[in-house]
Design a protein around this ligand. Structure first.
Ligand code: PBG
Length: 341
């Protein structure tokens, strides 16, 4: 076909493909790299000894007893993963209206923290301070006459957080979205002598359908009454997400998180650009399940999509990613060198 203008005329002589011609030149101009240091591994805990349970909606992810979690954490540390985040599946008979078992020094989270801290002291331990694993209605706070009451929930979450610090947690991660909880936790930690314990706030946590498989994992899927729209952020809102983040930073958050991850990369970017604080994304259970389901059907190359999805968080400005892929990705990085392909 006869072109009206030749390509050099159209591009002004620019040839962007020049640097893409070989692997060495692609590597040379690569702007973002994923490393094991960017990964935080969420670990599901269960009661018992020396066993693990599959989670149907999260193939490849298992609930672990504390001893198994210690072993797995050892592997994570050896792969260069800096931190893990624990999530407990609490037996139903331990759950009640106010999540009172969250305050028990010997609950599953706290026992796991003590065991992991003494066996693998070089890895950071992040504990989630929300009440949902402990309430019989599956909400993150206290439910009274159909309402999740803010201030009473903050008081309990704060007390649970101090207990987690006492057990040896390095970072408290409040995932409940109650107003004022970051400041209340900061005050309480300082007062109890845990000024060194950091806070990673789930600053922008959206009322998302992507959390489904997680609720199976911690056993809240069948018990959750209603939804969490009165405390998580509306997926339609950006400015509100920024106001939430600003409030959490002002109250003392050391790090902030955006959750879910991939569908909310715009929020990651806006948060990083606006506040310049360490920013993390949580690639949540539903995101993991989607990739795994498509990969299992042979519709996508799961390994490559995993690496590409994690790299996308780096490109969007995240300092790190909470991901169920942490071990697999760290292994892949070790085998192939950083960057993915
Ligand atoms: C609740 C909590 C949620 C997740 C972690 N902590 C959301 C929820 O159950 O409403 C989701 C994590 C995931 O989907 O991977 N405090």
């Amino acid at each position: 076909m006869n072109m009206r203008r030749d390509v050099d005329e159209i591009t002004g002589g620019k040839r962007l493909r020049r640097m893409r011609k070989a692997e060495w030149s692609r590597r040379l101009v690569r702007e973002n790299l994923l490393s094991a240091s960017d990964l935080i591994w969420p670990v599901f805990l269960m009661e018992g000894d020396d066993s693990a349970e599959d989670i149907a909606a999260m193939p490849g992810v298992r609930r672990l007893t504390v001893d198994r979690a210690v072993e797995a954490t050892r592997r994570a540390a050896a792969l260069g993963i800096p931190a893990i985040a624990t999530f407990p599946n609490i037996p139903m008979e331990r759950r009640d209206r106010t999540g009172s078992h969250s305050l028990d020094a010997d609950n599953l989270i706290n026992r796991a923290t003590r065991a992991i801290k003494s066996a693998v002291p070089e890895i950071g331990i992040i504990t989630d301070a929300a009440l949902d694993p402990f309430t019989d209605h599956g909400h993150d706070g206290v439910l009274r006459e159909g309402v999740i009451v803010n201030d009473e929930s903050v008081a309990l979450i704060t007390e649970a957080a101090v207990g987690q610090a006492r057990a040896g947690a390095d970072i408290i991660a409040p995932s409940d979205m109650m107003d004022g909880r970051v400041g209340a936790i900061r005050d309480a930690l300082d007062e109890a002598g845990y000024a060194d314990v950091a806070i990673m706030s789930y600053a922008t946590k959206f009322a998302s359908a992507y959390y489904g498989p997680y609720r199976e994992a911690i056993g809240t899927a069948g018990v959750l009454q209603g939804d969490k729209k009165t405390y998580y952020i509306d997926p339609a809102n950006t400015e509100e997400a920024l106001r939430e983040t600003e409030a959490d930073i002002a109250e003392g958050a050391d790090m902030v998180m955006v959750k879910p991850g991939l569908p909310y990369l715009d929020i990651c970017w806006r948060v990083r650009e606006t506040f310049q604080v360490p920013t993390f994304a949580y690639q949540v259970s539903g995101e993991y399940a989607m990739i795994e389901a498509a990969a299992a059907n042979g519709w996508i190359d799961g390994e490559r999509v995993m690496m590409e999805s994690l790299l996308a968080f780096k490109r969007a400005g995240c300092d790190g990613i909470l991901t169920y892929y942490a071990l697999r990705a760290a292994e892949a990085l070790q085998n192939r060198g950083a960057g993915g392909s």
